[in-house]
Write a protein that binds this ligand. Sequence first.
Ligand code: ADP
Length: 261
Amino acid sequence: AEEQLRQAQKMEAVGRLAGGIAHDFNNLLTVIMSYAELLESAISAADPLRDDVAEIRAAARRASRLTGQLLAFSRKQVLRPRLTDLNAVVAEMVALLRRLIGADIDLRPELEPQLPAVEADTGQIEQVIVNLVVNARDAMPHGGRLHIRTRRVLLGADAIGDVPGARPGAYVVLSVTDTGTGMDRATQERVFEPFFTTKPTGKGTGLGLATVYGIVQQSGGHIRLRSELGLGTTLEIFLPQAANAELAAAIPEVAPGASGG
Ligand code: ADP
């Protein structure tokens, strides 16, 4: 518990610092982008300089996206928790995820039917899934298999030791498993630290799993990491089943336009 508190405090301090820098930096990038745009439109299409200016603008846009990630991580985002069906969130993302991972990785969603709802912010859950899937992809440069699975789990008093911080109860688990490089012990211990990355500069920010950690924490959930060098990695997100989850599942959704209004 003490270790978790220390981690949370560290993340908050780093987050605040990073957020401040990212904010100012982003303003400067906006200036760079808009002037590059102006220049680009002033240069005739035949002029080779135009491509150079386009490169500047593209790089500034990439940089802006990166600082955007930093800001999203550090800012206390406005949360809109509501009853969420994880199966629906995953199902809606499958096409996007397939594009993200490319053709060499085989994506297999395995969604447990009649999954109870969880209390969560859909946008944040999407962020979690994208971060986990991008990591899985990066761990499988030569292709492999990616499983996204949902299931319900009852954690008994005997089983909670296995899930750091969890209390006994009913959970919905979202897990992402890859057949990638896996991680050694030392790496596993540091993955949730902000800015910890083993990826080459420009590729990794080290904020992916720190963000996931923050979101899961805010949603009252827990994370279990299992990884074996050379075999692959499984990250499991345990979210508490919503109090009125079964009730919500029983209410049929109103089809769009069916209200007649
Ligand atoms: P980033 O992806 O920008 O490096 P993350 O916080 O998402 O930042 O991940 C931190 C580090 O954790 C990665 O650089 C990598 O070393 C390790 N890691 C995360 N997910 C996986 C995975 N599925 N397989 C192997 N290593 C992973």
